[in-house]
Design a protein around this ligand. Structure first.
Ligand code: 5AD
Ligand code: SF4
Length: 351
């Protein structure tokens, strides 16, 4: 029997972020997985990811969809989105994510209100929105239409670092992102945030502070993943200080599980850029959510947030089969036809 690992403060977090001891790291992963299974048994919940548009008004210095890049821009039609949503329903996904770059037009808002209310009425799937920063009024309209969860990564909770990753203008303000997260909570969404791991300038101290930030904000869902340098973006020329974004990401899932306990933690596709079994490793180190891409295959190559993105030649059927086989290999299974909402959200509602 190993001694139970307790992650209750910054010192504990920093210790595990820095340790190179294989045995301690392995124990950390095992304990995080045990806690995940205490909440969810061996179930992993799926959110079908619909990357509905790659249009973006922003110019984040690390992203392959940034405004200044000349890429083929697309927006899916309502019919294409409903078709992807129907696939999720037919295959027992329970939930989907509607994601795009930031498009703050009234036309886009009303398009989304129509699409979301149709999906809710016709398919009753739980919907996560991942559409960037928006006004409180717009976020409320999307909630009223049926959106129940919102993902907005803070990218880093260190404001100084945030400024180094974004253009210096009023479209890219740290404070706006923070306010949006607060607005999402006051509207009643299940709120998810997250960071990139292994960013230029980022330190262990930043990562530890990020976990404290998540606790302080009392978030319900976490979407963290390794930073993948994109050669066509301005940040590419700056090399990260921390090495091994992949293994650091696994540590972050485990630490987040043990520190935040009952939040949903996603195993992002980006892990597979580093390791073919990246997502399985995350799911046995504290993560409990998968987001299989259900975007039509012909559009996937235009949603390259980072280079070497996996699954871009695949069909949604192939992704479904592949992920189920991956789950079997780690003795887990899909939480079929279940929403798999954040347990933390309901606990915080009761308080
Ligand atoms: N590497 C990894 N993740 C990235 N994102 C954007 N660019 C990159 C990159 N180069 C992530 C950001 C954003 C999400 C949509 O994609 O965290 O919030
Ligand atoms: Fe747009 Fe999001 Fe990429 Fe920033 S990270 S450029 S907001 S898609």
């Amino acid at each position: 029997m190993t001694k139970e690992i307790c992650i209750s403060n910054k010192k504990d977090i920093l210790y595990f972020l820095k340790t190179k001891s294989k045995k301690r790291i392995q124990n950390l992963f095992v304990e995080a997985n045990t806690l995940s299974e205490k909440y969810r048994k061996n179930k992993v919940h799926f959110r079908g990811l619909i990357e509905f548009s790659n249009v973006c008004e922003k110019n984040c210095l690390y992203c392959g969809l940034r405004r200044d890049l000349e890429i083929d821009r697309y927006t899916m039609t309502k019919e294409e989105i409903l078709n992807a949503a129907k696939f999720c329903l037919d295959n027992g996904y329970g939930s989907l994510v509607i994601q795009s770059g930031e498009i703050n037009t009234q036309k886009n808002l009303y398009f989304l209100v129509d699409v979301i209310s149709t999906i809710k009425k016709e398919y009753n799937l739980q919907m996560t929105l991942s559409l960037g920063e928006m006004s409180k009024t717009s976020l409320q309209k999307l909630f009223d239409a049926g959106g129940r969860r919102y993902l907005l990564r803070i990218e880093t909770s260190n404001e100084k670092l945030y400024k180094k990753l974004h253009p210096n203008d009023d479209k890219h303000l740290f404070q706006n992102r923070l306010n949006t997260l607060k607005n999402l909570k006051s509207i009643g969404y299940q709120v998810g945030t997250g960071i990139m791991i292994g960013l230029p300038y980022q330190t262990y101290n930043d990562l530890a502070n990020d976990l404290l930030f998540f606790k302080e904000l009392n978030i319900d869902m976490l979407g963290m993943g390794p930073y993948v340098p994109h050669p066509k973006t301005p940040l590419y020329k700056i090399k990260p200080k921390l090495k091994d974004a992949f293994n650091l990401s696994l540590k972050m899932y485990a630490l987040a599980r043990l520190f935040l306990k009952d939040v949903n933690i996603a195993a992002p596709t980006a892990l597979q850029v580093f390791d073919k079994k990246g997502r399985e490793k995350a799911l046995t180190s504290g993560a409990n959510i998968l987001m299989p891409i259900v975007t039509p295959t012909n559009l996937r190559k235009n949603y390259l947030i980072y280079p070497d993105k996996p699954c871009i030649e695949d069909t949604k059927e192939k992704c479904f089969n592949c992920l189920n086989a991956r789950l079997r290999s780690i003795n887990k299974e899909m939480g079929k036809n279940e929403f798999g909402d954040s347990i933390h959200y309901f606990k915080r509602q009761k308080k």
